[in-house]
Design a protein around this ligand. Structure first.
Ligand code: ADP
Length: 272
């Protein structure tokens, strides 16, 4: 085969190329770090006044000396609702910045599945009812089962999938939440009868701030699924979906099963 002879000039220009590639990589890392730092400090700064607005609005409602008129009471309700919504977005941005900069702390332990499902279902039920959506829960297979997870983060991920299933569903549609155990994994799935996602968009919806253009009649930020994917991966699990445009989508996550919990002795035996 052919031999190449490198001259001193070639070597110098190769070295220069290597240096400029290294500089570009460092520059990209600095920019990415600056973006995470900015998102993180901005969301911190926004959280404090937002908490104050919510706190004072709640004080207004519970001030027993001055009864609010029904219209005033409704207005304060709206302030609290909008404030809580904004706080959720701020917290999501903060979480995303933490994950991206590797500063998200997560505490993995055996978590009983059923109580988490019950909480998620009871939060989703009123949202579904507002849109006349029927919520079906098939979780019998998961009674008395435990997964290795961070309880708060697991709830956050499931709530995100459920709230998407409400948001992107049709009025009067259905959501089926299923939990089952398969080999050494617990699988949670959320199936909706909504607008669905076209195949070309399926990968991109996990990218930060990405929204399916045809679905953007519904309000959103495009952070939820990015964060969910990162959190599930930090919990050693996986997230996937199937979808048919115009018919609906199914998202599911899989997490490691805890085998034979011995709650009396506090010992947990992990089959992996
Ligand atoms: P958001 O809902 O705030 O926009 P997400 O990250 O949760 O952000 O979702 C990203 C995008 O994926 C959404 O904007 C929507 O276009 C699409 N999507 C998510 N869940 C569903 C679903 N169940 N059905 C149809 N489209 C969905």
């Amino acid at each position: 085969f052919q031999h190449f002879v490198l001259t001193a000039r070639d070597i110098t220009s190769l070295k220069e190329m290597e240096k400029s590639l290294r500089d570009a990589k460092e520059e990209a890392e600095r920019a990415s770090q600056a973006k995470s730092d900015f998102l993180s400090s901005m969301s911190h700064e926004l959280r404090t006044p937002m908490n104050a607005i919510l706190g004072f609005a709640q004080l207004l409602q519970y001030d027993s000396d001055h009864q609010l008129s029904p219209t005033q009471d409704e207005s304060v309700d709206e302030i609290i609702k909008a404030g809580n919504h904004l706080l959720t977005i701020i917290n999501d941005i903060l979480d995303l910045a933490r994950v991206e900069s590797g500063k998200m702390s997560i505490s993995i332990e055996p978590v009983e599945v059923s109580p988490v499902i019950n909480e998620v279902v009871s939060i989703t039920q009123p949202l579904a009812k507002k849109r006349d959506i029927k919520l079906i829960v098939e979780d019998r297979a998961c009674h008395n089962q435990f997964v290795f997870a961070d309880r708060t983060r697991l709830k956050q991920v499931l709530l995100n999938l459920m709230s998407n299933a409400v948001k992107y569903n049709r009025e009067g549609g259905e959501i089926t939440f299923t939990c089952h155990v398969q080999n050494d994994k617990v699988s949670f799935s959320v199936k909706d009868t909504g607008i669905g996602i076209v195949e070309e968009e399926m990968d991109s919806i996990f990218e930060p701030f990405t929204r399916v253009p045809s679905n953007d009649i519904v309000e959103g930020t495009g952070i939820g699924l990015t964060l969910s994917k990162q959190l599930v991966s930090l919990m050693n699990g996986s997230i996937s979906l199937t979808s048919e445009s115009g018919k609906g989508s199914t998202f599911w996550i899989e997490l490691p099963l805890v085998d034979t919990p011995d709650s009396l002795s506090g010992q947990w035996y992990d089959k992996r």
